[in-house]
Design a protein. Structure first.
Length: 86
């Protein structure tokens, strides 16, 4: 983590939403901008592949990390999304 910036995480009630949507909305909230002000997610990662990555089981240990719009994004196999400014 850089400086004193704390990461943002997905609230449990959002874990049923597609991770591609949650990633963009979480980064936008962290930046204090509208989602339309961010670059398209597909410039960093395939949104459909990301959505398919999330498993149905809550205890799935898989995770994927990638950079998006100045943030390190982590998507857990259970659908949890966290972002941290880089």
């Amino acid at each position: 983590m850089s400086g004193n910036m704390s990461p943002s995480a997905t609230p449990p009630e959002r874990r049923d939403d597609p991770p591609s949507t949650v990633v963009v909305e979480t980064v936008a909230a962290a930046e204090g901008v509208d989602t339309i002000d961010l670059p398209p997610l597909y410039e960093w990662i395939d949104p459909d592949a990301l959505d398919e990555f999330v498993a149905d089981e809550a205890d799935d240990p898989r995770r994927v990390r990638f950079d998006y719009a100045g943030y390190e994004v982590t998507v857990e196999g259970d659908g949890a999304v966290s972002v941290e400014k880089v």
